[in-house]
Ligand binder design. Sequence first.
Ligand SMILES: NC(=O)C1=CN([C@@H]2O[C@H](COP(=O)(O)OP(=O)(O)OC[C@H]3O[C@@H](n4cnc5c(N)ncnc54)[C@H](OP(=O)(O)O)[C@@H]3O)[C@@H](O)[C@H]2O)C=CC1
Ligand SMILES: CC(C)=CCC[C@@H](C)[C@H]1CC[C@H]2C3=C(CC[C@]12C)[C@@]1(C)CCC(=O)C[C@@H]1CC3
Length: 345
Amino acid sequence: MATRVRPSSKRCAVIGGSGFLGRHLVEKLLDRGYSVSVFDIRQSYELPGVTFHQGDLCDKQALLPALKDVSLVFHCASPAPASDDRGLFERVNIQGTRTVIQACIEAGVQKMVLTSSASVVFEGTDIENGREDLPYAKKPIDFYTETKIQQEKLVLEACDKDKGFLTVAIRPHGIFGPRDPQLVPILVDTARRGKMKFIIGDGTNLVDFTFVENVVHGHILAAERLRPDSPACGKPYHITNDEPIKFWDFMSEVLVGLGYAAPRYHLPYALVYGLALLLWLLALILHPLVSFKPTFTPMRVALAGTHHYYSCDRAKEDLGYKPVVGLKEGIERTVQSYPHLRQGA
Ligand SMILES: NC(=O)C1=CN([C@@H]2O[C@H](COP(=O)(O)OP(=O)(O)OC[C@H]3O[C@@H](n4cnc5c(N)ncnc54)[C@H](OP(=O)(O)O)[C@@H]3O)[C@@H](O)[C@H]2O)C=CC1
Ligand SMILES: CC(C)=CCC[C@@H](C)[C@H]1CC[C@H]2C3=C(CC[C@]12C)[C@@]1(C)CCC(=O)C[C@@H]1CC3
């Protein structure tokens, strides 16, 4: 009988490793002496120590070679929230995640760390210092969030100490940093179109924005602490900068850092939310005739006008988590990394 070679604990796979968070994670794993197998639908870079496998995570046969001799898998692939394509989210985040779990078990992977999202408990109303025991959103704000909930449940329920397959979920919030294709680019685009003059609501709502290196740190701690006797087995963890900031102060610091004016004029939250809802309905009704994507979706207005910040006490207690980069430094490094988005560039 052939003996199965126990995968080396320093060999891991990052599914979604070509993306924003995935690539930062890959870079840190290499620094820490891991060899990394990246599985992604696209290849966006090359690095020594990294083997790329290009494919769709819904295809188990495509996944298996990427998981060969791997003991630890990070799953951080997802379609972008902005796509708002229900079919795509269900296929990739739900069915695809089932396939990833099956492939991991079949390949003899011992640990899986899922990148979930703190938004799995967000319903568009205030969350202040939310802990992991908050219930999943009954009315998730969009298809992305709806499928992230199902995805997290699937991964945590798959944790099985008897079978030697351990899982944990990291719930980051508002990830930002160099190479982010969403937050800063959307903000700058909105400013360049002259639409960043207004503050929605009174501007005092507190939100977590998390520097990408802290999110990476949380993932690696969770992976390294995940053992059969660890409290982390089958649990979700909030990972944030642990420095909630007023949403509009964060936007202003990034904008001013890049040479744009900070928003000044206040608009009532209910009015903007109502308009965004109307626009969203119009876009839905007119969809077969004209296709337009409003900047002000109800989800974005809710994110911009409510409190949503989370406690990471559980991660501190169970994983020994502490942010490694403060918010001020994170914002400075992010602003410096976007010279092409500066006013006048
Ligand atoms: N950014 C944020 O603020 C937050 C992100 N998260 C979660 O973090 C994770 C990483 O996010 P982020 O780095 O921002 O996202 P990115 O879009 O930058 O990275 C995701 C990567 O997964 C790839 N991918 C998508 N579909 C598939 C598929 N079917 N098979 C294989 N690869 C696929 C993407 O390719 P392509 O680009 O071609 O689609 C992309 O390279 C996601 O799970 C997201 O839900 C959670 C909270 C906040
Ligand atoms: C904390 C968190 C979950 C952040 C997520 C990132 C994005 C959802 C935001 C990044 C830029 C934001 C933004 C707006 C909404 C939320 C973002 C897209 C607005 C559209 C809100 C309404 C405005 O006045 C303009 C804003 C531009 C930037």
